[in-house]
Ligand binder design. Structure first.
Ligand SMILES: Nc1ncnc2c1ncn2[C@@H]1O[C@H](COP(=O)(O)OP(=O)(O)OP(=O)(O)O)[C@@H](O)[C@H]1O
Ligand SMILES: [Mg+2]
Length: 488
């Protein structure tokens, strides 16, 4: 410790068997800045080690020639028992070689006993300061190591030939077996190292991840290297994609309802003229037949615009509490006639009642649209399944337009083993007028309407599709808890 007069008062332990030498050491410190130090004296190695068990010392002065051991053996025994204790060894004049060995093995310094009068105090002070400094450096290194090890971002130091010199645990988790090669390849391809790049990695465990990667040129062991930092943005990207999709749908929805409104007016005008022509006595029967065809087309157009307009006016739909099971029993009868001609159809109902606040006709349309799509995607005789159940979701879960909140839901699962969809189609199915069917075979409005109705019911859609294997849509509707007495 340094006191206010600038003197250094340390706690020292002198391990020295010769009492005369011990007295000499005290004498030598007289009149030096270390004069006020507290010096404890032990006359053997084992007594010294016992002292260290009892107390803390700034420095140990260790005579290498002790009764129990001599030379380097003394130091080794001491160091094994107290590896973190700063120590200066005291040697005879002809022990220069041993002194150096002890310093290499961990001693702070050495002092030749026969010639230490002028340097004892300085050596003690330097040894203590040096050991404090290296203690601080060690602590700082430990802190940095904790930061690297606990960081969620990956950090990699990679040589220009692709050798990884350092990788923290987050990076090791992310890059997987072929990660180093991919990193180097991308670094070499990158035109501008200042810009971040997005790369996918296949970790040895878990699903593929998307990482934002930044690269800096650094010097490592005096040779050029790259410092690569990488952040897992898989979840962020998914949330952003969902948000973009939701915004796009909102914009398209507004546009579509505007067009549907105008289109409805045009249809009203055409319908008026068509009715006039169809009922006119002045025209022949063939002409009237044409007029009736026009009216038929107008009627189809009316149904379409009615559906679209209903989506844009949620306040107009009237909701009642219904049990999904009984609603879908009616739907089953309705679709049986058409679908059973070509496909097998299975409805599985929930054991419990599933009350939801819904517009029955609209929900029926959701199931019919999904079933028609499932049928169109499935070869003849293939099976389509509709399952109804209810469940508690304890965690938020990803759905088409974002994260659905936890809660009690009634669920309709519509499952086919048809052609499935690649991701570029799956991303677009909810857009109005998006269809992969031949011209005239599909309007591309089915899923748009499904999306709108489910949204109007405060529900969520989850879509899982694999090309060649089939598709499952899940519709989650909040259970009407007020009417939920029968459920636990
Ligand atoms: N179960 C499914 N399996 C495979 N592809 C599907 C499935 N459901 C929807 N799709 C794809 O989504 C597209 C859009 O479906 P949507 O119902 O909106 O329109 P459509 O079926 O093409 O036309 P419409 O519904 O007017 O007959 C379909 O053309 C098809 O490519
Ligand atoms: Mg459809």
């Amino acid at each position: 410790m340094t006191d206010q007069t600038g003197d250094d008062r340390y706690k020292l332990l002198l391990i020295e068997d010769n009492p005369a030498h011990a007295r000499l050491v005290r004498e030598m410190l007289r009149g030096t800045p270390c004069e006020g130090s507290d010096i404890k004296h032990a006359t053997s190695l084992s007594a010294g080690l016992d002292e260290l068990q009892r107390d803390n010392f700034d420095l140990v002065l260790l005579d290498l020639g002790l009764p129990e051991s001599r030379g380097m053996e003394t130091f080794t025994r001491f160091y094994t028992a107290a590896p973190t204790q700063p120590v200066v060894v005291l040697t005879s004049l002809d022990d220069g070689q041993i002194a150096l060995e002890a310093v290499k093995a961990g001693a702070e310094d050495f002092l030749p006993k026969d010639n230490m009068a002028g340097s004892l105090s300085r050596t003690i002070r330097h040894a203590i300061e040096r050991s404090r400094l290296s203690g601080k450096l060690l602590e700082r290194e430990q802190q940095l190591r904790t930061i690297f090890n606990r960081s969620l971002d990956g950090m990699v130091v990679i040589g220009v030939l692709g050798k990884i010199h350092f990788a923290n645990p987050a990076a090791t988790r992310m890059i997987g077996a072929d990660g180093a090669d991919r990193l180097l390849f991308q670094i070499q391809q990158a035109k501008d190292l200042d810009l971040p790049i997005n790369l996918t990695f296949d970790p040895d465990e878990g699903p593929q991840i998307l990482a934002e990667v930044r690269i800096a040129s650094i010097s490592w062991d005096n040779t050029p290297h790259y410092l690569v930092s990488m952040r897992d943005i898989t979840l962020r990207q998914k949330i952003e994609d969902n948000l973009r999709q939701a915004q796009k749908m909102e914009m398209i929805g507004t546009l579509t309802s505007g067009i549907a409104h105008d289109f409805n007016n045009i249809l009203t005008a055409i319908s008026g003229i068509g009715q006039f022509m169809a009922s006119s006595l002045k025209v022949d029967e063939e002409f009237r037949e044409d007029a009736r065809s026009i009216l038929g087309a107008v009627e189809r157009g009316n149904i379409m615009t009615r559906d679209l307009l209903r989506l844009s006016r949620p306040q107009d739909i009237e909701k009642i509490t219904i049990d999904l099971n009984s609603l879908l029993r009616k739907t089953e009868k309705l679709v049986a006639a058409t679908i059973r001609k070509t496909h097998q159809m299975k409805f599985v109902y929930a054991q419990e009642s599933c009350p939801v606040l819904a517009a029955p006709e609209a929900l029926e349309q959701v199931v019919i649209n999904l079933l028609m799509n499932a049928r169109d995607a499935t070869p003849e005789q293939g099976q389509l399944t509709v399952e109804i159940d209810s469940l508690n979701r304890a965690e938020p879960f990803p759905a088409v337009k974002g994260q659905a909140p936890p809660g009690r839901y009634a669920r309709i699962r519509i499952c086919d083993k048809g052609c499935g969809m690649p991701s570029e189609i799956r991303e677009r199915i909810f857009e109005p007028f998006f269809t992969t069917k031949e011209p005239g075979k599909g309007t591309g409005l089915g899923m748009f309407i499904v999306y709108g109705i489910v949204e109007q019911h405060g529900g969520w859609i989850v879509c899982d599709s694999t090309p060649g294997q089939g598709t499952t849509f899940e519709i989650y509707l909040p259970v009407d808890l007020a009417k939920n007495q029968v459920m636990p």
